[in-house]
Design a protein around this ligand. Structure first.
Ligand code: DQA
Length: 144
């Protein structure tokens, strides 16, 4: 069983960007949390991918077809705009969990729509980077 964690634009800047919202832990911490959670929840492999480019995220989702058992995705700002990412998730039909570091539900109106979330079976938000561990736990439970 393997998982792919996909991060959208500016997630590589966690620890630096708006620490009052996203915390002080870094992207390296995010990767470590995902790898440790992978071991904890019985994944053979967890790949952690990040891109600032919508098309690259769509390419990575398409490439996951037939090789990846489950996806955890934080599309970041593309959450609220990208029908292309939604369509890619639907196209590959890989079970997916949406994750957000911040409590998006309690933030600006423009963050209240999630297109990618429409192709995900669960959502984790507002748990900081620990939310990635939670999302991988939900994914493992779903795949077993
Ligand atoms: C985010 C929330 C998005 O609204 C925002 O654009 C991000 C990060 C989060 O993890 O809380 O870049 O996805």
């Amino acid at each position: 069983m393997n998982a792919l964690v996909i991060n959208g634009p500016n997630i590589n800047m966690v620890g630096i960007r708006e620490p009052n919202i996203y915390g002080r832990e870094t992207y390296d911490d995010l990767v470590r949390i995902c790898k440790e959670a992978g071991n904890e929840f019985g994944f053979d492999d967890v790949e952690v991918f990040q891109s600032n480019h919508e098309g690259s995220i769509i390419d990575r989702i398409q490439d996951a077809y037939g090789t990846v058992d489950g996806i955890v995705i934080n599309p970041a700002a593309y959450t609220h705009t990208s029908i292309g990412i939604l369509d890619a998730l639907k196209a590959v039909s890989i079970p997916a969990v949406e994750v957000h570091i911040s409590a998006v539900d309690e933030r600006e109106d423009f963050r209240q729509v999630s297109y990618a979330g429409m192709a995900c079976f669960a959502r984790v938000a507002g748990e900081g980077l620990a939310g990635y561990r939670h999302a991988l736990q939900l994914l493992a439970d779903h795949l077993k």
